[in-house]
Structure formats: C-alpha cells, structure tokens
Design a binder for this molecule. Structure first.
Ligand SMILES: [Fe+2]
Length: 329
C-alpha cells in the first residue's frame, strides 16, 4: 500500500474555511500577542466536523498523517518571508495561520516547545537562513534535509508534528518515509529492539543547548535506546541516521539499521503542500525530510509554520519548570 493512500485528507469548503478562520481570530484576540494553547484546546471542540474526524483518525492510528487543504492564511498580510526565526514581526504577520495550526493541534493533544529551539516558541518559523544552506536543520535549503524522526534524541519527542505551508514557490516537497515493522525480517526487528542506539541532538538544538539542561546532557552523555519500541506487534520507530550511532562493535545492530535505512530510502515519497495546507504526521510511525531548493532571500522564499504536539504533557513534568509550562528545558 502506498504511503499517500495511508494519509487522511480533508479539503475545507468555503464555509468550513471561514469557520476555522473565525475561531482563529477569536484565539488571537483572547490574549493579544501570544496564542494561548489552553484556549486553543477549548476552541478546538468547535472545529469543522470534517477536520475533527480526520484528526481523530490520526489519534486512532488508522492513518499515518493528515493533510488539510483550503486554510485561509491571509496571504495579503504575510509580508516578506523572514530571514530567520528571530524576526520579531513575523509572528504577528502570520498569526492567522499560526492560530489555525494551533487550533487543529489542540484537537490532537498539547502543543509544547523546547527551551533549546527558537527560544521556547510554541509555533516555529521554518524558512531558509543565509549561511545555513547546507545544514541538516529546518533553516537549511540547498542540501536535502535527510529523513528523520523529529527530535529522535529526546524521550519526550512529539507524537505529532504539524506543518502549515504559508508559501512554497519552488514546490520544495516534504518527504515522507514509512516501513510497516511487520514487513521487516525477524532478525532485523530483534536487533532494532535492542537498546544499543545512541541519538544526538540536531544542530538546531545544539546551537541553543545552553538554554536546556536536558539537551546539554544528551550531547555529552546519550542514553542508548532501541530503534523499535512499544508493543512487539506494531512497534513504533525512532531513527535519524544523520544524528545517531550504534554502540561500538555491535555489527548485527549496525546491519539491521542499514537494512531499515535502505527500506526507508526505498519508501520515500514527496508530499506536495501548497500555501494554505496543514500536514500532521505521526512522529512515532513515519519519518520526514525535505527536498533541496535554492533560496532567493528576497522575501518570497518557502515559509512554513511548525508545532510539536504531545498526547501526554505530564510525562515530561520533570523537564518543565511548572505543571502549566509547555516548554521542555
Ligand atoms: Fe524535522
């Protein structure tokens, strides 16, 4: 079965798009200057039924991801694509899109952020940054962003990754890879279930690691974990070849990882996403990356918004400063 056929899809009609945008304006007005994720969760109960149904199919693991099309991003108000995530004016200009992304995420769970990523923002800007063209991070462009599990290095990685496309002039696609674990040979599954794989924080986290005790510790002292985890039938997957290694001299584990990597390479597909589309991915079951593109740095470049969603915020309590904080430190 193709990966695309295992994605849910919903195209909002004019009435649904207007209803979603109206909820977003309510969220924006609730606390001007900062989108309140708790209020977004409350409002998410009023999302169009077609959207809630598609998102619920993701919660129930009946699909690998969901694509939502027809979201009003108020393109006339966006202004230029920022040259990095730290452009303070970008959040306001793109608030309508961000609010809708947060509303949809609110139906799935709790939006959270990282102290070591974009200064703890809950909604991230993904846009090419001068000087980072060949880096394996969201701000890269000319090098393919190799497929990976989002925050594979962290025990409290997101369940779902949400991406809203604001603009994508070169149609640089998000890539998606998936291998049903039950199609892997038994010996590969056995090896990948052993805790002998070490993951390192990616360069985006490393650059801001001083803001996060846990991330700093994972750089110096990664804890070995399995690649396949959860139930033995239909296990979940965490893998990120660019930022992981196998404990010394473990040849069977290395061969199993190579087998999995080849299978994911062969499965990789492009997920085209134009302006006004939101994609939610199951970060426990699919990997994602990005095709290369040539940035122009003229204000018209690719610009996405990103959120991390967890189903269990409490699990990370020891790494958050309070019960209500949504920032992992
Ligand atoms: Fe990613």
């Amino acid at each position: 079965m193709s990966i695309e056929s295992q994605f849910g899809a919903v195209t909002l009609d004019a009435e649904e798009a207007a209803a979603l945008a109206s909820l977003a304006r309510e969220l924006i007005g609730y606390r001007p200057g900062s989108l309140d994720p708790e209020f977004a969760k409350i409002l998410s109960g009023d999302l169009p039924r077609s959207l809630r149904a598609a998102l619920s199919s993701l919660l129930e693991e009946r699909v690998l991801g969901v694509v939502v099309r027809g979201v009003d991003i108020d393109a006339a108000r966006l202004g230029p694509t920022p040259l990095g995530w730290s452009d303070g004016t970008a959040a306001d200009r793109s608030a309508l899109g961000s609010a809708q992304l947060m509303l949809a995420a609110g139906w799935l769970g709790d939006v959270f952020g990282w102290a070591s990523q974009q200064n703890g923002a809950l909604v991230h800007d993904i846009c090419p940054q001068p000087g980072r063209e060949y880096d394996q991070i969201g701000a890269g462009s000319e090098a393919e962003l190799e497929w990976h599990t989002e925050e594979s290095f962290h025990p409290y990685k997101c369940d779902y990754l949400g991406l809203l496309t604001l603009r994508n002039p070169g149609q640089a696609a998000t890539t998606i890879g998936h291998v049903p674990p039950d199609t892997l040979p038994d010996w590969v599954r056995r090896e990948l279930a052993r805790p002998v794989f070490c993951f390192l924080p990616d360069d985006a986290h490393v650059a801001e690691a001083a803001a996060s005790e846990s991330v700093a510790g994972m750089i110096s002292d990664p804890v070995p974990v399995p690649v396949l985890y959860g139930g033995p039938d239909g296990p979940y997957l965490q893998v990120d070849p660019a930022y992981m290694y196998v404990l010394a001299d473990d040849e069977p584990a290395r061969r199993a990882l190579a087998h999995l990597t080849d299978r994911i390479d062969a499965s990789l597909v492009d997920l085209p996403a134009g302006p006004g589309s939101i994609v939610f991915l199951d970060n426990y079951r699919v990997v994602h990356g990005r095709r290369p593109f040539v940035p122009r740095y003229d204000g018209t470049d690719r610009w996405l918004k990103r959120v991390n969603v967890t189903r269990n915020l409490r699990a990370s309590r020891s790494m958050r400063t309070s019960a209500v904080s949504r920032i992992i430190t």
